[in-house]
Write a protein that binds this ligand. Structure first.
Ligand code: NAD
Ligand code: TYD
Length: 352
């Protein structure tokens, strides 16, 4: 058998990372090393089905640790890196902005330094997985394209924009072969229930209030996580070096419409009376600096590489709800202990 292509995935125990790791491990031509610190958002339960595979290795560690990162690079001679490790929740970035600078900026720099110093750059690729939030906030019309100027507005998006800039700067200055993609909001299995959709599913299940910031008029473009992972694999394999690709679902929802739709779906799934879950909707104090609307133009990715989302939102959401209802233990584990402290702290002050 030909030697496998070695790829370093960072943040592979998180929500999107675990789906990316699974897709690569399934493809026998890869050998995947997953470097993850296992923060509150990382969970080895997400990777049960790849554990023990011959073409997979997990390393617990911090991307901000230069000695560890350099050792991993020296040990493996990777063909490429897919960098997903990050602090990813906007609300946490508002209360703990420095943590975001540490992991998202310094962590990315630590990886870039290792790639610059230890790689011969020929034939390699450093793929940075980023967000559409770097583009700022849209009004009622328009879409983010790859040419939209950066205008990040939260500490989270500012840290991701900064790391995107450093990746491009290493390309321009040191010739590092890089690719960046900027994706819209993901949803699906293994999503930590601090983000809107899994938080709502968990609260509906437990008949707890559904906290909606402001008037619920903010708009997000939702993409099923498996479709994002498929796009990442395609871009890693076929994307142009030095290129940027926007990834999105062509699937805009106002938060309030989404929560009502989800309530109705879960009433059916849980055998509750129609309208029962909607009574849990509670409008709470708005998020500071809350971006109004995100929406992606993914034409370039579609035209260059033929990617488009495979699932309609209604199908994806049903799959997601089914997964959470079938994986009670997973949900119980991640919502015990520290999660409840976060929840109480964050939502107890959020009455209007
Ligand atoms: P997540 O918060 O679920 O997972 C992040 C993972 O990174 C966790 O496994 C965590 O343990 C790990 N990690 C955090 N700090 C680390 C460190 N210092 N060293 C090593 N590992 C560390 O995040 P996610 O939603 O899966 O997002 C993954 C990436 O995709 C992020 O870079 C994020 O900015 C980007 N992104 C996310 C979305 C979304 O909707 N979730 C959309 C677009 C882009
Ligand atoms: P979130 O899932 O945190 O993703 P992002 O802020 O990165 O888009 O939030 C999605 C939308 O839902 C956003 O407009 C904020 C809103 N939201 C609520 O109304 N209530 C909540 O409890 C949360 C977590 C989010």
């Amino acid at each position: 058998m030909k030697e496998r292509r070695k790829v370093l995935v960072t943040g592979g125990a998180g929500f999107i990372g675990s789906h990316v790791v699974r897709q690569f491990v399934r493809d026998e031509k890869y050998y995947v090393v997953n470097l993850d610190k296992l923060t509150y958002a990382g969970n080895l339960e997400n990777l049960k089905d790849v554990e023990g595979k011959a073409n997979y290795k997990f390393v617990k560690g911090d991307i901000c640790d230069p000695d560890l990162v350099q050792k991993i690079f020296a040990d493996h001679d990777f063909d490429g890196v897919i960098h997903l490790a990050a602090e990813s929740h906007v609300d946490r970035s508002i209360s703990e902005p420095l943590e975001f600078v540490k992991t998202n900026v310094l962590g990315t720099m630590t990886l870039l330094e290792a790639a610059k110093n230890l790689w011969s750059q020929e034939g390699r690729r450093f793929y940075h997985v980023s967000t559409d939030e770097v583009y700022g906030s849209l009004g009622e019309d328009g879409l983010f394209t790859e040419k939209t100027s950066y205008d990040p507005k939260s500490p989270y998006s500012a840290s991701k924009a900064s790391s995107d800039h450093f990746v491009r700067a290493y390309g321009n200055t040191y010739g590092l072969p890089f690719i960046i993609s900027n994706c819209s909001n993901n949803y699906g299995p293994n999503h930590f229930p601090e983000k809107l959709i899994p938080l709502l599913i968990n609260n509906i299940k437990n008949e707890r209030p559904l906290p909606i910031y402001g008037k619920g008029e903010n708009v997000r473009d939702w993409l099923f996580v498996e479709d994002h992972a498929t796009a990442i694999k395609l871009i890693y394999e076929k994307g142009r070096i030095g290129g940027t690709y926007n990834i999105g679902g062509l699937n805009e929802w106002r938060n309030i419409d989404l929560v009502e739709f989800l309530c109705d779906l879960m009433d059916i799934k849980l055998g509750r009376e129609k309208g029962a879950s909607r009574t849990l909707i509670t409008f709470v104090k708005d998020r500071a600096g809350h971006d109004m609307r995100y929406a992606i133009d993914a034409t370039k990715l579609n035209k260059e590489l033929g990617w488009s989302p495979s699932l309609k939102f209604e199908e994806g959401l049903e799959k997601t709800v089914d997964w959470y209802l079938e994986n009670e233990e997973w949900l119980k584990d991640v919502t015990s202990g520290e999660y409840m402290n976060y929840y109480e702290k964050h939502y107890s002050h959020s009455d209007k």
